[in-house]
Write a protein that binds this ligand. Sequence first.
Ligand code: NAP
Length: 244
Amino acid sequence: MRVLILGGTAEARALAQALTDRAVAVVSSLAGRVSTPRLPAGEVRIGGFGGIDGLAELISTDSITHVVDATHPYATTMSAHGVAAADRAGVPFVRYARPGWRSHALAGGWTWVSSYAEAQIAADRLGSRPFITTGRQTLTHYLDGWWDRRALVRVVEPLGEQAPSAWTVVLDRGPYEVDAELSLMSRHGVNVLLTKDSGGSYTAAKLTAADRLSIPVVVVRRPDTPTGAREVSTLDDVLATLLH
Ligand code: NAP
């Protein structure tokens, strides 16, 4: 067995560790978006494959026997390429994604929307000082409407010079704690939280903090999962799928 893990998430790192512990060869793939990524156990490769063709070729030339797509739920291009390339190379593919926050105890009180544009419109109705936690690649959606807005933006990597001067940018990455989230939100006086449905516990503290501070939450729904892919949501299930 030689498992290619399409990674960049805590789940992917946990899987790489679990397979390495069982003496299964793994190659984890990272996109290279973060300058100092948390590295998983086992072999790691960094950078795009060059589309479906490049990934299918790597699967063959690197003797990959299984592909696990453990990318973030919003990394839709990589997921679609993974399904297509594994199919072309004739190796099994499984999607491993953490459950979303649909069943979170507070989910019923949030405003669910289908796009970042809708999130901005909804947030405008709910508050004047947004806390934007939807990720660096989504920020272009807010530039026009919120160039002069006193927004708090949390990202992993520094933004370029093009970032609006009205925005306060904090650099950080999970896991986060409720107390620290309470303190951050209070300190910056935010009054509406924008998030996507990342799911899991790693970044969930902001949801509890927003509730305690009575700050409304706008959630961008998850994109569809790749068609035809088998999907599991726990480490045990993905291990069972691979090992039995
Ligand atoms: P994406 O839009 O679905 O992918 C765009 C392109 O980036 C892919 O076609 C591929 O290039 C390359 N790529 C993406 N993930 C890769 C991986 N794990 N290994 C090698 N190449 C990869 O992806 P994204 O949303 O920008 O996410 C990029 C990475 O960040 C993923 O690993 C994801 O797990 C992680 N991440 C994403 C988010 C998010 O909100 N989107 C949040 C946390 C972490 P080629 O076509 O050249 O192969």
